[in-house]
Design a protein around this ligand. Structure first.
Ligand SMILES: [Mg+2]
Length: 121
């Protein structure tokens, strides 16, 4: 079973994402900020990360930069989450190593197609 790490400071978003991802047969772990996500990745690398941009402690962008600094042989796929107001974040996220992005609020179909694009489903 493939493993998805959901990184978002919103408990509600994490809950919604978990519900969708579990319905797609993924095992889900949650982190509330980039630092916590990084610690979880260091302990056990997920197959895919669903990553929020704005978070306290460590942002999604800083998480991406730290992750790429690790030079992992098989880095997790990263789907970056942004809002419609944050479209300029997309280029920065892709430059920092994100594989795909999704607009919030996302639904099951959108998330499923993004997971297919990055080769997880
Ligand atoms: Mg946030």
């Amino acid at each position: 079973m493939l493993n998805c790490l959901v990184v978002d400071d919103s408990k509600v978003i994490r809950k919604v994402a978990r519900h969708i991802l579990e319905s797609l047969n993924l095992k889900v772990d949650e982190a509330a900020d980039g630092r916590e996500a990084l610690e979880m990745c260091d302990a056990k690398l997920p197959d895919v990360v669903l990553l929020d941009w704005n978070m306290p402690v460590m942002s999604g962008l800083d998480f991406l930069k730290e992750l790429s600094r690790r030079d992992l042989p098989q880095p997790p796929k990263v789907i970056f989450c942004t809002t419609e107001n944050g479209v300029d974040h997309i280029r920065a996220a892709v430059d920092a190593g994100a594989d795909e992005y999704v607009m919030k609020p996302f639904d099951r179909d959108t998330l499923e197609s993004k997971l297919q694009i990055v080769g997880i489903l």
